[in-house]
Design a protein around this ligand. Sequence first.
Ligand code: CA
Ligand code: CA
Length: 245
Amino acid sequence: MKTLIAVGVCVALLAVPGTADAQGMWDLATDFSTTTNDDTSTWSYRKGPRDTHTVLPNFGDFGPFTPGPKQGGWGGGAEDWSNPYLIWNNTPFVQNWYGSVPDIPAGSVFGTPAGDSELIASWLSPITGQVDISAEIVFRQDHGPGSNGIDYHIDLNNSAGNLLTGSLGDATSLAGTTTGPLGVSGQSVSAGNRINLVMDSQGTGAYDVLGVALTITQVPEPATLAMLATLLGVCLLGMRAPRPL
Ligand SMILES: [Ca+2]
Ligand SMILES: [Ca+2]
């Protein structure tokens, strides 16, 4: 009987990590939605002003891409350049976006803030607990004269909850200019809080072609870790127990 219990516990243990992974990680690119962008969706794609941002209203196709075809994104509408936009390269290959160098990695997300409005990737927390936030912003445009730069922020809900801030680029910034990995560890969130990655054009969005990565990972609670450790102990003891005669 002990062995049977141990086997049951071990099977349950094997199932737990997969479940935790599925529930505890959110990625802007992997989760990118071509159909849903509203005030209740876990991910939403938005435009500023920073503290009163609203969802980008329309999904449409943008180009040019080589080899193509056109790729879908959220913005003012298909190839509307007056609003910020955020596009997903939903193909298994690198695409070229203007210039001559293929620059939009397979499965990645990129976008541009407008001259008078910010581009915002927003995560609406479905959990209460702690999360690790990782992000990176990189210029993709490969021909000049180049971007005058951007400002960026990671906010909890709004600018009063600014967690991280910085600037990227100068008067000639082109492909490869990157923030490098940006991170916030162990951030407490409540269900309904927002983590916002805000990108501001510094007055003009020209050449602000920004690869955007953002991943939120739930930090396992100590109680969960203690329970798993206990179960693992029971599992190992059960495996070592002598078989009944
Ligand atoms: Ca290019
Ligand atoms: Ca700019």
